[in-house]
Design a binder for this molecule. Structure first.
Ligand SMILES: C[S@@+](CC[C@H](N)C(=O)[O-])C[C@H]1O[C@@H](n2cnc3c(N)ncnc32)[C@H](O)[C@@H]1O
Length: 199
C-alpha cells in the first residue's frame, strides 16, 4: 500500500473529511460528477470509483443507477475505506483499500470508472490511467474530475511538479492509456473540470 504524504494526510482526515466547507465542496463536485456520469453512461451495470474517499459519490451513484449490479470503491487510505464501509447503506456497495496504480480486478470488470479529486494525488498518473483502461470493458466510460487549468501552471514548478494539471497534459495521458473521444466539462468554478472518454 502506498504511504506517500498525500495518502497519509487523507488517512488522518478521514473521520472529519465530510465536515465543514471543504466537505461540502467535495460533495458538490461529486454531485456534478454524478450528473455528468448519467449523461455519458445512462445504464452502467458495474461501476468503479478510484480514490473513493468516504464513499459519498458511490452512494449517490447507487441511488441514481438502480439497475447497477455492483458498485466498487477503492482508496489508498485505509481509514477512508473504513469510513466508507461504515456509511454504506446499499448492499451493492463494496469498498477496499488499494491504489489506482494496482487495481485488483481482472480486465474488463466494469463499464463505468469514475474518479473525483483523487487523480492529482496518484503517485503514478500514467499507470493509474492505464489501470482504469484495463479494468474497463471496450466501450466503457471514464469520468475523471480534478484540478485542471492553465492557472495551475505555477504549481507545476514547485510542489506538484510532473502532475497532469492542464487539459492538454491530461488529454495526452488519457489518450496514451487507450481511451478515445476525450471531452472536457467544467464542473466547478474555473479549475475543477472533468474529462470523459471511452475505451
Ligand atoms: C481529495 S480526496 C477525494 C475523495 C473522493 N473521491 C471525493 O471526491 O471526496 C483524494 C483521495 O484519493 C486517495 N488517493 C490518493 N492517492 C491514491 C492512489 N494512488 N490510488 C487510490 N486512491 C488514492 C486519497 O487517499 C483520498 O481519499
Amino acid at each position: 500500500m502506498a504511504r506517500d504524504r498525500d495518502v497519509a494526510a487523507f488517512g488522518e482526515r478521514a473521520q472529519r473529511y465530510n465536515e465543514g466547507w471543504l466537505g461540502q465542496l467535495h460533495h458538490q463536485i461529486a454531485d456534478r460528477a454524478a450528473d455528468l456520469a448519467l449523461t455519458c453512461a445512462p445504464a452502467p451495470r458495474r461501476i468503479l470509483d478510484v480514490g473513493c474517499g468516504t464513499g459519498y459519490l458511490l452512494g449517490r451513484l447507487a441511488a441514481r443507477f438502480p439497475q447497477a449490479e455492483a458498485l466498487a470503491g477503492i482508496d489508498a487510505a485505509s481509514a477512508m475505506v473504513e469510513v466508507a464501509r461504515g456509511a454504506a447503506t446499499d448492499g451493492r456497495l463494496r469498498f477496499m483499500a488499494g491504489t489506482a496504480e494496482r487495481l485488483p480486478w481482472p480486465a474488463a470488470s466494469f463499464d463505468l470508472v469514475v474518479s473525483t479529486t483523487s487523480f492529482d494525488h496518484w503517485a503514478d498518473q500514467r499507470t493509474g490511467l492505464a489501470q482504469c483502461a484495463r479494468v474497463l470493458e471496450p466501450g466503457g466510460t471514464l469520468v475523471l474530475a480534478d484540478l485542471f487549468s492553465v492557472l495551475l501552471l505555477p504549481t507545476l514548478l514547485a510542489a506538484r511538479r510532473g502532475k497532469a494539471r492542464t487539459r492538454r497534459r491530461a488529454t495526452q495521458l488519457v489518450t496514451a492509456a487507450g481511451f478515445h473521444s476525450p471531452q472536457w466539462h467544467r464542473l466547478y468554478a474555473a479549475i475543477i473540470q472533468a474529462v470523459t472518454a471511452t475505451k
